[in-house]
Design a protein around this ligand. Structure first.
Ligand code: NAD
Length: 376
């Protein structure tokens, strides 16, 4: 697809830089094993960029992203920058801007229960034993987060605030196609989320999704109200395959999926546009409470890189090798702190990164093992 694969790496704030370091180990190996030329260049974003030049998204960073084939992001934000005006805040001024700028309408968040980590699921054993493997497909650049008008007005007791939930038919069609195509690669089921008993925008959402479903006769479609699906996810998550959501409902549902699958440190995400250009990042934030302690879980960041290989570079085999190595490390019982229940028996961020790398080396039976090990 590309002769060189260029990635703009934006480690950002908090645990971002320390988990990103583990991805570099994997990139080194993937280049070596598959004789690829994945090139990375780092740029500043978020709080660290504010500290540096007083803006969360420097021009140099935006230009670097424009010159790249994909963006790998850590996380942005932290207490230090919480009280800045809205447009200067790390998340609004950098992340939301980038999503809109690159028209990343399609947000994919897989969540599953990993073998060996079932005990992290807060649900009853008889529920999680049936399995949990869900892909949340969320519309990312429209709906109530961006709809106009929004604002506030009035005085004293008559002061009021308002937002607008607005969806064009073409926007619903685009994200619905993504969900049905993903279902074709999975278990052939789409559950579309709305509130069509109350909201006009949801009535259009449901009608449009029904129409698009006719183009995918192999995929079963059902609809659920947002209030019902929040209950169903707890009662019987194994009934779901692909969940299709608007921006607001997807924000809620994807976090619920994160919770029932164990740790936020395990969950990657991809935000893509029509040309398969995307930002890949962990579902969690900058975790200031654990930053700098070498205890953060880097797996969400590594899985985000794996999604990047698969979705933006079409390097499926390479991505599968990374996923399999992570599965093995977990199956053998190696865990970071967030994956243990009050146990002192855990390994560090850098140790688990190196272990995943070792499993990649082992599985691929490659020469020069000692030289490579020294580099990870
Ligand atoms: P958070 O996701 O950073 O942390 C919530 C909890 O999860 C914390 O206890 C944290 O230690 C834990 N956690 C998160 N990632 C982890 C990992 N990889 N390994 C182990 N534990 C992990 O959410 P928060 O505390 O609400 O937000 C902190 C900052 O991050 C805020 O400034 C917020 O605005 C920002 N944020 C950024 C993004 C992003 O960059 N996409 C997303 C969410 C929040």
């Amino acid at each position: 697809m590309f002769s060189n694969y260029k990635i703009a790496v934006l480690p950002g704030d908090g645990i971002g830089p320390e988990v990103m370091k583990q991805v570099y180990k994997i990139i080194y190996l993937i280049n070596k094993i598959f004789k690829l030329n994945i090139i990375t260049k780092e740029y500043k974003i978020g709080g660290i960029a504010i500290d540096d030049i007083n803006i969360p998204l420097p021009l140099n960073t935006l230009l670097g992203c424009l010159k790249s084939n994909a963006i790998l992001l850590g996380s942005v934000g932290g207490n230090r920058w919480d009280n800045l005006p809205s447009k200067k805040k790390p998340e609004i001024g950098s992340l939301l801007f980038l999503r809109k700028y690159f028209k990343l309408f399609n947000n994919l968040r897989p969540s599953k229960l990993y073998l060996g980590l079932e005990y992290l699921c807060p649900l009853k054993k008889e529920i999680y034993n049936k399995g949990l493997d869900i892909l949340c497909v969320r519309e990312l650049i429209s709906g109530i987060y961006f709809g106009k008008p929004k604002g506030y007005n009035g005085y004293n007791k008559l002061k009021y605030a308002f937002d607008t939930e607005i969806y064009y038919k073409f926007e619903i069609e685009k994200i619905a196609h993504v969900a049905f195509k993903k279902a074709l690669e999975r278990k052939l089921k789409v559950t579309s989320v709305d509130k069509s008993n109350v909201l006009q925008s949801s009535i259009l959402w449901r009608k449009t999704v029904c129409n698009i479903s006719k183009l995918y006769p192999k995929v079963e479609l059902n609809h659920m109200y947002i209030d019902n699906i929040t209950m169903q996810l707890i009662k019987n998550p194994s009934q779901f395959d692909v969940i299709l959501c608007s921006n607001l409902f997807g924000d809620i549902i994807s976090d619920e999926c994160a919770m029932i699958s164990g740790s936020i440190g395990m969950l990657p995400s991809a935000s893509l546009n029509e040309n398969k250009f995307g930002i890949y990042e962990p579902a969690g934030g900058s975790a200031p409470d654990i930053s700098g302690k070498n205890i953060a879980n880097p797996i969400a960041q590594i899985l985000s890189f794996s999604m990047l290989l698969k979705y933006s570079f079409n390097l499926v085999k390479e991505s599968d090798i990374i996923d399999n190595s992570i599965n093995k490390v977990l199956k053998y019982g190696y865990k970071t702190k967030d994956l243990t229940l009050n146990s002192k028996d855990f390994i560090s961020t850098s140790e688990i990164g190196s272990l995943i790398s070792c499993f990649i080396i082992k599985e691929n039976n490659i020469n020069e093992q000692n030289t490579i090990r020294k580099n990870i």
